[in-house]
Design a protein around this ligand. Structure first.
Ligand code: COA
Length: 176
């Protein structure tokens, strides 16, 4: 990407699966500490898995992924995954926030997060969104805090990478 134009934020669909999976694997490879999923896990998933993840499902109305596009190129993405047991239906989890390094620091993450929160607020059954961020990922945590997420707990030694354990900070955002 040579010059930067404000990205278009849009819903990702099954037809975006190849670009989604490519960007996802790239993010996991570049930032292994930021994500719980590993590159190997993701790379082992068939394309059909990503197609299904991105295809609207009436049984799972709180699940969706948004992409930031610069022209035809996908440069950022994030998603929401609902919980569907009757007593938990008002909860969803934000996941997979990644902006390609060459597009970072220009408001793409902010635009993605704003769009996700606006869409989530329009889902009448949904009341709160949770996420986890690896302790020390201050940039991501600050972005979430600026957008209404607050820390409610820390899970010590939540993930291990190369034998080293890291805590995960748990955050929540009330939607209404
Ligand atoms: C964390 C991440 C998603 C942020 O995305 P981003 O697009 O860089 O975020 P934004 O540009 O919206 O905001 C980040 C910073 O850029 C600044 N910024 C926003 N618009 C800007 C602009 N037009 N010009 C310069 N800086 C700008 C923001 O003020 C913010 O400042 P700070 O973080 O330096 O304090 C991205 O860096 C990333 O993918 N990181 C690796 C994966 C990761 O950690 N994911 C989160 C997992 S929980």
């Amino acid at each position: 990407m040579k010059s930067f134009e404000p990205p278009t934020i849009r819903l990702l669909l099954g037809s975006d699966a190849v670009a989604y999976q490519r960007l996802r694997v790239r993010g996991l490879a570049e930032h292994p500490l930021a994500f719980t999923s590993s590159v190997d896990e993701e790379a082992a998933r068939p394309l059909a898995w990503a197609v299904q993840r991105l295809s609207p499902n009436a049984q799972r109305p709180h699940d969706f992924f948004l992409g930031a596009c610069s022209g035809a190129e996908l440069i950022g993405q994030l998603g929401l995954e609902g919980r569907y047991r009757p007593k938990e239906r008002h909860n969803a989890t934000l996941l997979g926030m990644y902006v390609a390094s060459e597009a970072a620091g220009r408001g793409v993450g902010q635009a993605l997060l704003e769009a996700l929160l606006a869409r989530a607020r329009a889902l009448t059954e949904l009341e709160q969104i949770e996420l986890t961020v690896t302790e020390g990922n201050r940039r991501a945590q600050a972005l979430y805090e600026r957008n209404g997420f607050r820390v409610w707990g820390v899970r010590p030694q939540a993930v291990k990478l190369d034998g080293q354990a890291y805590a995960k900070i748990h955050m929540v955002c009330r939607l209404r």
